[in-house]
Ligand binder design. Structure first.
Ligand code: GLA
Length: 393
């Protein structure tokens, strides 16, 4: 694949790339829709992700090409015109990162960039945050802006929020920027304190199940959920001194139920509060090697996202329920929902049979196939050094 990328780079940009980078996608084991409510999340970087080849130019042009979006061709701009343009499509992600990085130093030369990603787009595995972080990391190295990994993570979130206009939390960028091989990360989204927990489960595999459903309106529904949580918080603040929903434990929350007359707002807030508690409990379960308990918490998380938060839908429910019926240790949707992917923990020896069974139920119920991947937990964004020397030298 990398050889093909180098060939493509020369074809598009006439000269060879000088550097190569990789940023993963992510799964979230548990802790969904709580990052923007000041809660705890438990994501992990996966070995699928985005590869980027890059070379500095000697003029002020910037050119972006993605093998995944071949039909869009090479997207061109200059370092003096990095503002958002709808017609630039996916290239707005690297443009955003360079745009914000430029306030950390003066640059006089543009770049040629080529991307290839093996994370399915729009599947809720954070392909966009992966492009943001691989680009931010690459530009930071290339131009020596000197930002720390955490600053790049925050810049990625800013790109998403302010430049792209999706009001997402920090989980995706954090998992991708700070991931560690064979470790999940319990992240407190209020303080950004992170505890790495080994997640290599003997005899178990993580199976990613992609609904292949187009995530139409996902961004607007996501923003709508955020807005509902903000309204619930305002109501609770009439009697409680809190700044985020996840500061509440379940008991205190239920004691103040009278502040949430609107049933929808009550259920949205209940999801946030109970999900945060489940996530903390999941870390305990993992530390105690109680994997069945971990699985049950994943299942409860899915139910809450279905009934209280209403972000699952028929496709995700079909996959997750079929996984439960076929002896998954735990299964739930992962990411924003509204389509996208679910994950399940499955005994290694029964993975093939599991996939076959779940696929058959899905096809019968939904009418088209799901896609399955067995995931490994890999490192966060990094430069790939040896391969570039070997292949371009
Ligand atoms: C998306 C967002 C994250 C997070 C999840 C839901 O992936 O980008 O910030 O809110 O949805 O947990």
């Amino acid at each position: 694949m990398r050889e093909m990328m180098h060939t493509e780079f020369r074809k598009r940009f006439l000269e060879g790339a000088t550097h190569q980078f990789f940023a993963p996608g992510r799964i979230n084991l548990i802790g969904e829709h709580v990052d923007y409510n000041g809660g705890h999340v438990f994501p992990a970087a996966i070995t699928f992700g985005t590869y980027m080849l890059v070379r500095k130019r000697d003029d002020r042009m910037c050119r972006f090409y993605s093998i995944n979006f071949e039909s869009q061709g090479v997207i061109e701009t200059s370092i003096d015109r990095l503002t958002y343009r709808e017609e630039d499509g996916w290239a707005n992600y690297p443009k955003a990162m360079l745009h914000y990085l430029m306030s950390h130093g003066v640059i006089t030369e543009g770049v040629d960039c080529l991307y290839y990603g093996n994370i399915p787009n729009g599947a809720g595995l954070s392909s966009s945050a992966s492009i943001e972080l691989v680009s931010g990391y690459a530009f930071n190295e290339l131009y020596a802006f000197g930002l720390s990994p955490l600053e790049l993570v925050k810049l990625g979130q800013r790109a998403e929020n302010e430049y792209i206009g999706v009001n997402s939390g920090i989980m995706d960028q954090f998992a991708i920027g700070m991931g560690m091989k064979d470790h999940a990360m319990l992240l407190d989204c209020e303080t950004l304190e992170c505890e790495y927990a080994p997640f290599k489960l003997d005899g178990l595999s993580i199976v990613i199940m992609n609904t292949n459903k187009r995530r139409e309106l996902a961004d607007s529904k996501y923003n709508e959920r955020r807005n509902e949580c903000e309204r619930a918080l305002l109501n609770l603040q009439r009697e409680l001194e809190i700044t985020a929903l996840c500061e509440l434990d379940v008991e205190t929350f239920e004691d103040h139920r009278h502040l949430l007359q609107d049933d929808t707002l009550y259920r949205r807030a209940r999801h946030a509060v109970t999900e945060n508690a489940r996530t903390l409990e999941a870390l305990e379960a993992l530390k105690g090697n109680e994997i069945e308990r971990f699985g049950r918490l994943m299942n409860d998380s899915h139910r809450s996202l279905d009934k209280d938060y209403e972000v699952t839908g028929k496709e995700l429910n079909t996959l997750v329920e079929a996984a439960w019926e076929n002896h998954a240790i735990g299964a739930r949707m992962t990411g924003a929902g509204f389509g996208g992917c679910a994950i399940s923990l499955v005994k290694q020896e029964s993975v093939d049979r599991f996939i076959e069974k779940v696929q058959s139920t899905y096809l019968k119920t939904i009418g088209y196939e799901a896609t399955f991947y067995v995931a490994s937990i890999g490192p966060g964004v990094h430069e790939i050094i040896e391969q570039v020397k070997g292949e371009t030298g």
